[in-house]
Design a protein around this ligand. Sequence first.
Ligand SMILES: NC(=O)c1ccc[n+]([C@@H]2O[C@H](COP(=O)([O-])OP(=O)(O)OC[C@H]3O[C@@H](n4cnc5c(N)ncnc54)[C@H](OP(=O)(O)O)[C@@H]3O)[C@@H](O)[C@H]2O)c1
Length: 244
Amino acid sequence: MNKKIIITGGTSGIGLACAKYLIEKKYEVIITGRNKENLEKAMQELQNKAYGYVSDTSKLNEIDNLVHVIEKNHGNIDGLFINAGIFKSVSFENTTESLFDETMNINFKGAFFTIQKFLPLLTIGSSIVLNTSIAVFKAFPNTSVYTASKAALESLAQVLNLELASRKIRVNIVSPGVTHTPIQQKSGMTEEAINNLLNHFATTSPIGRVVLPEDIAPIVAFLVSEASSVLRNEKIIIDGGTTL
Ligand SMILES: NC(=O)c1ccc[n+]([C@@H]2O[C@H](COP(=O)([O-])OP(=O)(O)OC[C@H]3O[C@@H](n4cnc5c(N)ncnc54)[C@H](OP(=O)(O)O)[C@@H]3O)[C@@H](O)[C@H]2O)c1
């Protein structure tokens, strides 16, 4: 039977590229997103070879509903790619309580409770992959709450690797560098600032280009596969060497 993987935030960017790749590798792929139109577009792009559900990861009742529907329609699950996330470029001084709450609720609280609520459906030996960021270990201005939300995820991974060990559930991390996805357009940065950022990373990177979502997909596939079954709390930095 094909392994079943849930990708939160699978309607765009990195999540969508991972969905495509895992479908090619014969996984049963379930994607989520909070926006119905984006989900429909993604399903078209995936030629309806995935299963898609609208679910806002920042709302616990929507996670509960998602778990319920997935249990009914798919039964047990073999892997979770915790990928849904937002980034807004705002200085520390200008970070409002509402941006703080929005970012933490999606990037950290949503991730925390998605894992917790899916636990009963996870098979023994399941793989959980968290999408964090190089921002956790390399500081960038105007990312304070985003960086904190991703650092919180990395701390959580350590504890879960101990608490879930009896069920052989493993938690590993992908830590992408600046990756060209729609997240930049949504960040509040100007077009010029985005171009400068992408150019900077393309020209200073040892690989001579910016990282693309398609670069991340095979690494996520490795982490959800049996090939990585002895890895615990491994963090794979996917930045083309920009932080060397
Ligand atoms: N791109 C980078 O440079 C980069 C670098 C390091 C880490 N990352 C991380 O990679 C992950 C994916 O980012 P991306 O670059 O692929 O961005 P993206 O293209 O904007 O995709 C974000 C995905 O998350 C979903 N999402 C956002 N808020 C959600 C919510 N409340 N509930 C459910 N789904 C939600 C979006 O769905 P909707 O369209 O429905 O909102 C979308 O599918 C994020 O966690 C991000 O922090 C990205």
